[in-house]
Design a protein around this ligand. Structure first.
Ligand SMILES: *[C@@H]1O[C@H](CO)[C@@H](O)[C@H](O)[C@H]1NC(C)=O
Ligand SMILES: *[C@@H]1O[C@H](CO)[C@@H](O)[C@H](O)[C@H]1NC(C)=O
Ligand SMILES: *[C@@H]1O[C@H](CO)[C@@H](O)[C@H](O)[C@H]1NC(C)=O
Length: 341
């Protein structure tokens, strides 16, 4: 164990939260030339404020023609939706495009099926790792930018791949889609997102009473074990958050399971109450935790001897980090803090 150096990770203090209606649908219409239309699920890029500055994208509605990366040079893309499969994404190009504030009607990033929740197994591990790293880089770029057009993510499937192949073919022939030439149009008929006035924060708590003996006049001391259960990502509905903060939750639930077994027998029931808390709103300035702490009555609050927050404990390497707000005074806790291996 080491002292308070923070592991890497995305730490955001969000001042305000917006509705992130994640599941919309996109109409792929083969305009004029045929009357085909298809729908796929799409996930919108997050939007939020930090220190008064907007990040992500505030835009949602889309009604533009589609183009692939094979668009002819010099063409005006201000009324075009670029559709880019992650497999073909050149992060340098996207970074430059965003930083130079080049006009664009919209961006649709196609995620390979290998990244979807459905695909398990060990096949394509290498491909998966590569895509995950690229996606992480794209995510960092998008959540730290203020993008003046809608950005969506969708998973590849046969339908969208066929459409993409068609779009590429047209682009290579130098026939960018326009109202006169036809081609595909992406449509997301939605109203612009509104700020959520007061987001609902739901906390979950559990309690195991310690063993009180006749001599205990006062309430037993309490140990609080807490984890933050929500997560943050470029597309909220797609963020799985295995370490942010799934790992803490798994540990908390397992600790609760083991101690409830121990506490079910007076011989192994500790003389501490155990309070378990899964709190929400972590990236929202720990708003859920704040609300949870406020809900305690004074007696409980005063009985808390020690609180441990389990966050981001699944790491790439074998290191486990412990942070303390002040040098521990309690002898046992001092012992934990000083152990190193
Ligand atoms: C990626 O984009 C950059 C900037 O547009 C370009 O210079 C570079 O050649 C591209 N890389 C590939 C592999 O296409
Ligand atoms: C886990 O959640 C906490 C609270 O929201 C946050 O501070 C921490 O950065 C998260 N971990 C990661 C790896 O993002
Ligand atoms: C947390 O929520 C409360 C009420 O829901 C609000 O008054 C407060 O400003 C919020 N705090 C932060 C830091 O967002």
């Amino acid at each position: 164990m080491a002292n308070s150096k923070k592991p890497g990770g995305l730490r955001e203090m969000l001042e305000s939260m917006y509705s992130v209606i994640a599941l919309l649908f996109i109409l792929v219409a083969c305009v004029e030339l045929c009357d085909a239309a298809a729908a796929v699920d799409v996930y919108r890029l997050i939007q939020y404020d930090m220190s008064g500055s907007p990040f992500g994208s505030r835009f949602a509605a889309l009604n533009h023609h589609a183009a692939s990366l094979h668009f002819p040079p010099g063409v005006d893309l201000s009324r075009t939706v670029l559709i880019i499969p992650l497999r073909e994404l050149n992060i340098t190009f996207v970074r430059e495009y965003i930083n130079q504030k080049n006009p664009l009607g919209g961006l649709l990033v196609l995620l390979p099926e290998v990244l979807s929740f459905k695909t398990g197994g060990n096949k394509q591990v290498h491909e998966k790792e590569k895509m995950k790293n690229l996606l992480a880089e794209l995510e960092r770029l998008l959540v730290h930018s203020n993008i003046p057009y809608p950005v969506y993510f969708a998973f590849e499937n046969d339908e969208i791949d066929t459409v993409l192949a068609d779009i590429k073919k047209n682009d290579l022939m130098g026939q960018p889609a326009t109202a006169t030439t036809g081609g595909y149009k992406f449509v997301i008929p939605t109203t612009e997102p509104k700020k959520v006035a007061s987001p609902t924060m739901t906390n979950i708590q559990g309690w195991l009473s310690g063993l009180k003996t006749d001599g205990d006049a006062n309430q037993l001391p309490t140990i609080a074990i807490v984890a933050s259960y929500d997560t943050f990502g470029a597309a909220p509905a797609l963020s799985v958050g295995s370490n942010s903060n799934g790992s803490g939750i798994v540990a908390l639930l397992e600790i609760a399971r083991l101690f409830s077994l121990l506490y079910s027998n007076p011989k192994t029931r500790g003389r501490y109450n155990l309070l378990f808390g899964l709190t929400s709103g972590g990236p929202y300035n720990y708003n859920g935790t704040q609300k949870w702490l406020r809900s305690f009555d004074q007696r409980l609050r005063e009985s808390i001897d020690y609180a441990i927050c389990l966050n981001s404990i699944g790491s790439w390497d074998n290191e486990l980090w412990i942070h303390v707000s002040k040098p521990p005074e309690n002898a046992y806790i001092k012992q934990i803090f000083e152990v190193s291996w």
